[in-house]
Every structure is written in structure tokens, then in C-alpha cells.
Design a protein around this ligand. Structure first.
Ligand code: 5GP
Length: 239
């Protein structure tokens, strides 16, 4: 399989077409942004860690019956994925209050919810990804009601599977963001990434932050946190 044209360059990834019209190549960058792109930086080694960790989680989720876009890890930073049309919703699952939940509703970080919260944001940089409910998403034709219901059940299933995997690694899954896509035959599959860029991971014993909040909030030891997450999740394996 060959990389052909650069189709899209985002904040943390590049996407290339290939000689197969149903296959794309995702290439993970070390670049990091926060606060709507206002804060920019580089997290050395992040691209390789996020590539491997995402693929590790996607393989586990696929084995448990969650359809994903993952096809094959090509090298340290690059992965072949199925071509999908991304559903323009950021799907956020929260187990514990943090981040925008805390700032939006005026509650401290660390409140453990009785049940996970699933929320949706409209993926639109110009509008700064506004929060939407199911009715908004249907009215804006971002997804059908049936698709939203499928996405919600996948999101909750993914939360349970990831929570269990991370618990074994001594990590509490606080919250995370997912994106879904539609294949050419209309099936909904998990797309994008699952990494310290898109999840909040707290050490189960100490509460230490092991994710991108270290970069967002200038907490230091950013690279160390990504490496520590790789070590815990992948057990020091190269793949
Ligand atoms: P919050 O809404 O509190 O900012 O984010 C909730 C969770 O979703 C966090 O784990 C955060 O990393 C992830 N998340 C939300 N929006 C984005 C986004 O635009 N980019 C990335 N990389 N992660 C996001």
C-alpha cells in the first residue's frame, strides 16, 4: 500500500490517500494545541505513542465487538484505516467531573458520577464546537436519531471496556472524546484516536494527571506522562 496525496492536515495528524480508494493512511504528529489552537507546542515522541496506543485500544475494542476503522499499523507513526465520512459530532463520555464539565457547571474536579455522562459537541472550529443535544443534532442533520442511539450505545460499551483495561494499568479513566465515521456501505465505526491527547487519565492511587492536561495547564513532565501511559498500557512492548 502506498501513500499518495495529502488530503488533510489537522492539529495532531495528517491523512493521506492511498492506491486503494477505501483505505487512508493516518500519520501522527508531535505537534500539540490547546484552547482552540491558541496554545501551541511540541510533545516529543507523542505521535508514535498516540499511534501505538490508539491501535492497541482499537484492536481490543474490535475483539470485543466494537467496529472500528483500524486496519493495520504500518510503522511507528503511520496506520492504515478504512476511509469513512466522519460524523460531525465529538462524543464525550465522562465518569468523573473535570475540564469543561467543571467550568461549565461550577463544580470541583473529581466528583465521581453515579452513571457515565454521554455528551455531544458539534464539530465546527468556527463555532468552537458548541454542545448540542440529540434534538439539535437531528435538526442540524449531523446524524439521524437511530445513528445517535447507536453511537451512544457504542460509547458506553467503549467506556466499560476501556475502564477495565486501564484499571489493570492502575489508571482511572476520567473522561474521553470519540469520533465515529460512516463507511461507504453506511456502517457506523469508531474512528479518530484514543490517546492521552483525547482522554483524561489519572493515576488510580495518587490522582496524578497522565494526559494532555499536563500540557494544557503547564504542569511539567508532559513527555514523561505520555511515556508512563505507554509503559502502563502496552507494558513496554514496541507494538
Ligand atoms: P472537556 O470537554 O472537558 O474539555 O474534554 C472532555 C474530554 O474530551 C477530555 O478527555 C478531552 O481530552 C477530550 N476532548 C474534548 N474536546 C477535544 C478536542 O477538541 N480535542 C481533543 N484532542 N480532545 C478533546
Amino acid at each position: 500500500m502506498h501513500r499518495e496525496r495529502l488530503l488533510y492536515e489537522g492539529k495532531a495528524k495528517k491523512v493521506f490517500s492511498t492506491d486503494d480508494p477505501d483505505v487512508l493512511i493516518v500519520s501522527y504528529k508531535d505537534d500539540a494545541t490547546a484552547f482552540d489552537g491558541q496554545k501551541k507546542g511540541v510533545i516529543s515522541g507523542k505521535g508514535a505513542i498516540n499511534n501505538r496506543m490508539t491501535n492497541h485500544f482499537m484492536r481490543k475494542l474490535a475483539a470485543a465487538g466494537v467496529p472500528t476503522h483500524y486496519l493495520e499499523e504500518l510503522n511507528e507513526r503511520e496506520t492504515a484505516v478504512r476511509k469513512v465520512t466522519i460524523v460531525p459530532l465529538e462524543v464525550i463520555v465522562r465518569n468523573i467531573s473535570a475540564g469543561h464539565f467543571s467550568s461549565r457547571y461550577g463544580v470541583e474536579e473529581g466528583l465521581v458520577f453515579d452513571e457515565p455522562i454521554v455528551e455531544f459537541s458539534y464539530k465546527n472550529d468556527d463555532l468552537h464546537d458548541p454542545l448540542v443535544n440529540d434534538d439539535h443534532a437531528v435538526a442540524l442533520k449531523l446524524a439521524t436519531r437511530e445513528e445517535i442511539s447507536t453511537i451512544r450505545s457504542y460509547a458506553l460499551q467503549i467506556n466499560e471496556l476501556l475502564k477495565a483495561l486501564l484499571l489493570e494499568a492502575g489508571v482511572t479513566l476520567v473522561d474521553f472524546k470519540l469520533e465515529f465515521g460512516k463507511t461507504s456501505d453506511g456502517a457506523l465505526v469508531l474512528a479518530d484516536e484514543i490517546s492521552p491527547d483525547t482522554c483524561r487519565f489519572w493515576d488510580s492511587k495518587t490522582g496524578e494527571k497522565l494526559d494532555k492536561d499536563r500540557f494544557r495547564r503547564d504542569l511539567g513532565k508532559v513527555e514523561d506522562a505520555y511515556q508512563e501511559m505507554q509503559r502502563r498500557v502496552m507494558g513496554g512492548k514496541d507494538v
